[in-house]
Design a protein around this ligand. Structure first.
Ligand code: F6P
Ligand code: MN
Length: 286
């Protein structure tokens, strides 16, 4: 496990260097979710894959940029790593923060098999957050990684980060989001899952939501590469992560690219989400 964490620290430094390279050409191909792939996505994907497959305890990898998982032949290893090599890469041209997200699974790619997770933030600073029992926060500075301490959420925060196209929100979801603003919560939404969720953790609380919408009934964010790893981070930090009614880390996975509606936050915000969506259960989710 610690070897996987150390490998992502090395990947972080190399991908951060790639990002400083000015080439932002688009490839003619699309990834399986329909987003345009940037060359940098492909480079980051390959870089991470090569380093992970060189680790003896790793049996295979899958990523947001690959149709199928890649398994080592003849390996008795147990660990599987699912990762999003460059989340929010369309924000590169705007020079906003982006990230890498990963989850470490024991033998099977299922929510209950997740044993550790983490993410890298490429911003004005290079940082990595590693979750395994507790949530460690590290910063790269003057050629070395420095431990900044652990991250813990309070029971309530002040940030509201609502994802998805408002035009397609349900009236109930809109009322839920508005209820937080009515209580003084401030809008903080960059369109990058990593910096948006990182900000809530750094400030100690709040709500990030990406609901089911009319145009995306299963949400947008992917279970294995994005949602489960962040659910694990938030739970280790004392927060909660649900799909509206159920704990995200109890959801099933039918296909590696499955997505789900998701809500991450501190306990008071998530309690209100649960109340709203439980009241909806007898009606339709959308
Ligand atoms: O990977 C998808 C992603 O770029 C996330 O980083 C982000 O949270 C989300 O899409 C933003 O989606 P939208 O623009 O629909 O709110
Ligand atoms: Mn992504």
């Amino acid at each position: 496990m610690s070897l996987v964490f150390e490998t992502f620290k090395t990947c972080a430094i190399e991908i951060d260097t790639l990002l400083k390279n000015p080439s932002t050409d688009y490839l003619a191909s699309q990834n399986s979710s329909g987003d345009m792939q940037l060359k940098i996505d492909v480079q980051a994907d390959k870089l991470i894959e090569q380093k992970l497959l060189a680790i003896e305890s790793i049996k295979g990898v899958c990523s947001e940029e690959k149709q199928e998982a890649v398994y080592k032949a003849d390996s008795n290893a147990r660990l599987l790593v699912a990762y999003d090599p460059l989340d929010g890469s369309s924000l590169v041209d705007s020079n906003l923060s982006i990230g890498t997200i990963f989850g470490i699974y024991d033998e099977v790619l299922e929510s209950r098999a997740l044993v550790a997770s983490g993410y890298i933030v490429y911003g004005p600073r290079l940082e990595i957050v590693l979750a395994h029992k507790q949530v460690e926060h590290w910063r790269y500075c003057a050629g070395a990684w420095h431990a900044l301490g652990t991250l813990q959420l309070k029971s309530k925060g002040k940030i509201n980060a609502p994802g998805g196209t408002q035009q397609h929100w349900t009236p109930r979801h809109k009322a839920l989001i508005d209820s937080f603003f009515a209580q003084g919560y401030r809008l903080r939404y960059s369109g990058g899952m990593v910096p948006d969720l990182h900000q809530i953790l750094i400030k100690g609380g709040g709500l990030f939501s990406y609901p089911a919408t009319q145009d995306a009934p299963e949400g947008k964010l992917r279970k294995l590469f994005e949602v489960f790893p962040f659910a694990f981070v938030y739970e280790c930090a004392g927060g909660e992560a649900i799909d509206g009614t159920k704990r995200l880390l109890e959801l099933d996975v039918k296909h590696i690219h499955d997505s789900t509606p998701c809500f991450f936050g501190s306990s008071e915000e998530i309690a209100r989400v649960r109340d709203t969506y439980n009241a909806l259960e007898n009606h339709t989710r959308i």
